[in-house]
Design a protein around this ligand. Structure first.
Ligand code: F42
Length: 145
């Protein structure tokens, strides 16, 4: 299935629409900080899903933080990404494929978590609010796609 199913959350759906319609000129920020859009597939429906996340760059990679505001459960997109090898990323007008992996190593996690909190300080409060260890993916741009 290649159908796009927008988020059930209105403000998220609206941000994706504005961001894409303006080619990243509008809807690029949340609370004054930059946002990317992760396009992936639903693990059950196969439908196209678009998830805005804070833009966290670490070296030449993007860090995808499944914080969901410190909610007790992981966001649904986390389960979709666990079963994906690649996603499409949009950083303003730059759209590209990226290879993804979940960060499992504690030392690496500490490094990327520091980068995440530097880019978006509320992540620290989100981690304090929840007993789950907030999952993090590394997305490495694929240069030849
Ligand atoms: N969320 C974060 O976790 N981290 C961020 O850094 C972040 C930043 C951010 C910036 C701007 C913005 O607008 C939103 C931001 N969000 C951030 C919120 C993020 O975009 C998501 O809305 C949030 O994390 C919740 O993700 P979710 O995947 O749980 O979304 C829900 C509301 C949603 O739309 N769910 C759909 C649904 O219908 O309920 C998805 C369903 C889905 O993917 N279904 C799968 C399928 O096969 O199609 C099946 C999955 C399964 O396991 O059953």
């Amino acid at each position: 299935m290649t159908e796009y199913i927008p988020s059930t959350t209105e403000w998220v759906r609206d941000q994706v629409e504005l961001y894409e319609k303006s080619n990243g000129q509008e809807g690029y920020e949340l609370r004054g900080l930059p946002v990317i859009i992760v396009t992936h597939r639903g693990r059950r429906t196969g439908a196209i899903r678009k998830t805005p996340l804070m833009r966290v760059k670490h070296h030449n990679t993007y860090v995808l933080v499944a914080s969901m505001g410190g909610a007790p459960k992981n966001p649904v997109w986390y389960y979709n990404l666990i079963e994906s090898e690649k996603v499409e990323l949009r950083d303003r007008d730059h759209v590209f494929m990226a290879k993804i992996r979940l960060v499992n190593n504690a030392e690496e996690r500490a490094q990327v978590w520091a980068a995440a909190v530097e880019a978006y300080p509320p992540y620290e409060d989100y981690q304090d609010r929840t007993t789950r260890c907030i999952p993090i993916f590394i997305a490495e741009p694929i240069l030849d796609e």
